[in-house]
Design a binder for this molecule. Sequence first.
Ligand SMILES: [Zn+2]
Length: 415
Amino acid sequence: MAVDLLIRNGRLIDPGSGRDEILDVAISAGTIGQIARGIPAAGAGQVIDASGALVTPGLIDSHTHLFRGSDFFGIDPDSVAWQSGVTTWLDAGSAGAFRMPAFREQVIERSEVTVRALINISYLGVAGMNYDEYCNPATCNVDLLERVVDVHRDVIVGIKTRMGSDGVGYQGTLPLVKAVEASQRTGLPIMCHISGSPPSIDNVLGKLRAGDTVTHAFTAAGERLIDSRRRIKPSVRRARDAGVRFDIGHGAGSFSFISAEALTAQGFWPDSISTDLHQLSLPGPRLVEDGEQISRVRGDGAPQLTLLTVMTKLLFLGMPLAEVIRATTSTPAAMFGLADRGVLRPGARADVAILELEPGPIELFDVFGETRRYDQKLACRATILNGVPMTPRPVPTPPPWIRMIDQEPPSARPA
Ligand SMILES: [Zn+2]
């Protein structure tokens, strides 16, 4: 079969197949053809010289918010995907049962990248900044969720619930209890957000089962995974031993170097690495706090937080490169049943990321503005979607409820 695109001489890292070596990848009709050394370039439609670059499966971001125009948080995935290698995006609970048809029509079907949804246990889904989806216990309607999943099962890969004092208010763990019931009835795994306490992290973890995921694992909020002496809590070890997964979900408030360094120093690494990209986290670290918490920094328009930024932070913390790639390819694919994603295999869909490790020095930020110096960062050379390199496009102007201020992002400030 004619080769449409040949990626030559890159360091192919594909943890799902155990490969890490210099190889060429031939793509035909949107599908991975041959993976071998020295594939002849003659006759190939397009040739990309990936010398010095990393060639990986298209990356999977397992926690994002993409219901743009329908809630506070949603962003446009395609405008970030081309510059970050992310070809598969999981929306973490923006849509609940009532808005899933619109999410499918407006986001899943209109995006170039692959979008899959974790359905919110609340039929409202995420709306505003005020975590109002659980305002009424009746929103956690398991019968309704099951009927919507029956219709949209091809695009729904999990159930999302938020367990934090800011989100659940007086309802305690009821939304999680309902999510477990919904999971038992649909067979879908749960992704559970943690933030402020109550509820206690012990109480939340005790309800999760093998195959469920905790997101915001490196939070410094009340439900953090470490105790006051920064030791891993016993309930966290028990949950991991029981098969509960831990995801990063960086976001605008959920990645702290204090938690990250304490956990990783004790050998606790995330199963999956994700951004929690949304309107507040995309522009990078917050500089200004006001009553509304919506003032943002106006940078040069380029996203300050992408999956590559978060992956770079894990490299800084000491996670080996191949494990960082695994946590953004084969592991999230397995966690959420994404067949044909997160692996480079002949016959698979040709979603490929061409990345490079750019020398620094660079400054890394957590959500509190804590900084760390590092000597390299992951950057994107190309994002190949279904066999075709994505073309650049700007990130759309933020919605009117995101107030931008003219201030340089911290990374652009002189030291
Ligand atoms: Zn989120």
